[in-house]
Design a protein around this ligand. Sequence first.
Ligand code: DGY
Length: 326
Amino acid sequence: MGKKVYVTRRLPGPALEMLSGCKVTLHKRQTPPTRKEILKNVVGKDAILCMLSDKIDREVMKVAGPQLKIISSYSTGFEHIDVAEATKRGIRVTYTADILAEATADLTFALILACARNVVAGDRIVRQKKWKVGWMPDLLLGQNVHGATIGIVGLGRIGSAVARRAKGFGMEILYHNRRRNEKAEAEIGAQYRSLDGLLAQSDFVTIHTTLNDASRQLMDKERLQKMKKTAFLINTARGSVVNERDLAAALKKGMIAGAGLDVFEKEPLGYSPLLRMKNVVLLPHIGSADRVTRSRMAEVAAKNILDVLAGKEPDSAFLVNPQVQR
Ligand code: DGY
């Protein structure tokens, strides 16, 4: 039998078929494996194919054993993996990089439109038979998206895909980033702003930064206060970039107009005041969830494993820690 691979969830697409030459231990339930299950199942494995909800830290790598060669994450975020520890142990860490950028940008726009144009509220009144009068001149008046100003926090691959869509909507595009993105400035007409400047001028503030020490809790009470009262906050990045308690308070006080959230500080979302708010659209972390994208992510995650187990380097676009030496 071939090399041993632990796959922490059933995947859409061709991944499992691609790994059929390996001895695969598959976690078959829909719910994530428990810590205990992870620690049991990684023992003796050459590769781990994990999800963003699986914490892969020093203990997991140690328990797995010295033969572990690759941790392949079925995600673009990799904050759940201790990359420094993996590098020290000579384990390659791979991710699905920009494959989900377009899909996540699509969903970002779905949230922008849903928030601004009362899409969810409209669906509700029709289903609940509360639509009594037919067409009305002032029914569910929303906010214009075309011609509005969008503020993109983090102009990487997903942020840039959002900016391209915003251009199609005739929006004024502001961005804030660690580094200026001259290409986006020239090609899309994106204008750089300080974070405070962006918050003060945008009708839609959309988060596309990775989660790191600088971005954790970035959108707290103080920053939310800097947004326009009529503005919406959209988050399809990571829940912990926003202080959810401060956001709920800001929404309650009418400090901002609304929010569209696909990600939360703790997932799944348990009890939260957000659940009772009408000016919020909530989604269950489905930014990359279109069939083509998820299938391609699975293919890449499996291919990275096959490459490394065959003694080759994975495609550099998907390698998180190129400093690992053979
Ligand atoms: C990721 O991959 O990091 C997304 O958040 C989930 O698709």
